[in-house]
Design a protein around this ligand. Structure first.
Ligand code: ZN
Length: 247
């Protein structure tokens, strides 16, 4: 393969960020823009109930282009992939009208089985075509959501499978893996100062219900599990004096 990164270690390594437009993937996008000369984003339309999430992606990207002169030249195209057939299999609260609850397996009913494995497979195929060697995702072990496909062990196995199956040497980077939600706010400040904190509050979207009611910590219903995590993390970060975490 002519564009294989490993053949030229001095090549300008590029990254593809799995970008949903939420708080976590906004921090990941900023992290990637800090590290890599070329960054592209990918989003997955798997039948989310709320187009608001897909709209947030464009708003965050535009805000970054507008407010961060150092990062803007590095931010390349956005890609959006249709995974509605996969979303139909998931049949969970995120994709149908079932209530969000904790299931008998101890997982939130928003869990789409194997979602991140599918996302990473599509992302790797796209990254191969785009000549990007790094996949960046906001998976996190510390938020207690219990998603087994967010664990670093799973991602290490996935990285091996992708590299064997595609004869590549992709690296899957997960900058939030060991961070609490409070530390994710601190990371945003460390990467992009208060400006990135503001962009995260005003433009990113995490709420499962698609609610855009504004709070200190951003928009959301305030009561779904995603809002509770985000609001609690914000509260802890503010109580700690809004520290900055440098990666
Ligand atoms: Zn909510």
């Amino acid at each position: 393969m002519a564009n294989r990164m490993s053949e030229d270690p001095t090549s300008n390594v590029g990254a593809l960020v799995l970008f949903s437009g939420g708080q976590d993937s906004t921090a990941c996008l900023a992290w990637a823009l800090q590290q890599y000369g070329r960054v592209e984003t990918v989003g997955f339309d798997y039948g989310q109930r709320h187009a608001v999430e897909l709209k947030a992606r464009q708003k965050v990207r535009r805000a970054i282009l507008r407010r961060f002169a150092d990062w803007a030249p590095r931010l390349g195209p956005d890609h959006r992939l249709n995974l509605r057939a996969f979303g139909a299999i998931g049949e969970t609260a995120m994709t149908s009208d079932r209530a969000i609850e904790v299931t008998e397996r101890g997982l939130p009913s928003t869990f789409v089985p194997g979602r991140n494995l599918v996302f990473l497979t599509y992302a790797a195929a796209l990254a191969d075509r785009r000549g990007l060697g790094v996949l960046v995702g906001g998976m996190c072990e510390t938020d207690f959501s219990g998603y087994p496909d967010c664990r670093r062990d799973t991602l290490d196995a996935m990285q091996t499978a992708l590299n064997l199956g595609m004869a590549r040497d992709f690296v899957i980077e997960t900058p939030l893996m060991r961070l609490t939600k409070a530390q994710t706010w601190a990371l945003a400040k460390g990467l992009g100062g208060e400006a990135l904190v503001e962009v995260t509050i005003s433009e990113s979207h995490t709420c499962y219900l698609g609610d855009r009611t504004m709070h200190d910590w951003g928009a959301g219903c305030g009561t779904c599990p995603a809002c509770e995590l985000r609001a609690r993390g914000w509260g802890e970060w503010v109580a700690a004096g809004r520290p900055a975490l440098t990666p």
